[in-house]
Design a protein around this ligand. Structure first.
Ligand code: FMN
Length: 204
């Protein structure tokens, strides 16, 4: 496996499929992945992707990922954490990683990150990214946005986060939902500076 881990955090906005697809891509690209799940993220995963919630059971989430086609090379390629595990490594600036993606990012999590309200492992880890100047990509999902959402995005951007909206592209003629999702996940991988072949690149 290559280098340090990537953090993928799934919060409680619609679009958990983006987070799961990113985890799958990173695992296939031989990266180590640290997953952080908010409580509401688990709710939405149950609702949108049929995840069966079993509180605090890391193995259950790994089995769910396997059922989504994620094929880990070894058990330690992927670690799963819940929002209340504040004593975990990623809550500390001394923990080195290659970047964190909050995908999907709810308006509540966006608000917490943009105001420094770091009361869960997810929001604390994002806060640490900003202070340590490590890559932080937020994939906010809501529509339409109100002024508070927009201002929070601006603040997060000014603090160093990349706001990467889940706006799928259509010029590659996607045929399935997975194809559409990949148009967004490909841009996330680009911003993490990871080479991939999820999509053909635009050339005229
Ligand atoms: C099925 C479902 C879909 C939701 N979709 C969104 C959404 O797209 N965007 C959003 O900001 N909140 C959404 N919410 C509300 C959030 O889950 C809620 O604000 C929650 O407190 C977010 O917590 P978290 O940021 O800690 O994960 C959704 C809730 C449910 C149950």
């Amino acid at each position: 496996m290559k280098d340090h881990p990537y953090i993928v955090a799934i919060s409680g906005a619609s679009g958990s499929i983006y987070g799961v697809r990113l985890i799958k891509a990173l695992v296939e690209l031989d990266r180590q992945v640290l997953v952080i799940l908010s409580n509401s993220g688990l709710e939405v995963l149950s609702h949108e992707m049929g995840y069966k919630k079993i509180d605090g059971k890391t193995e259950a989430f790994k089995e769910f990922l396997v059922s989504c086609g994620v094929q880990m090379r070894s058990q330690d390629q992927l670690e799963v954490f819940y929002e209340d595990q504040m004593a975990s490594a990623s809550a500390s600036g001394s923990f080195i990683h290659c970047g964190m993606v909050v995908v999907p990012c709810s308006m509540k999590t966006l608000s917490a990150i943009s105001s420094g309200f770091a009361d869960t492992l997810l929001t604390r880890s994002a806060d640490v990214c900003l202070k340590e100047r490590r890559p932080l990509i937020l994939v906010p999902r809501e529509t339409p946005y109100n002024l508070i959402h927009l201002e929070n995005m601006t603040r997060a951007h000014l603090a160093g986060a990349v706001i990467l909206a889940p706006s799928p592209s259509f010029y590659g003629f996607p045929k399935t939902i997975e194809d559409l999702v990949d148009t967004v996940v490909a841009r996330i991988l680009d911003h993490l500076k990871i080479s991939h072949d999820l999509l053909p690149r635009w050339s005229s």
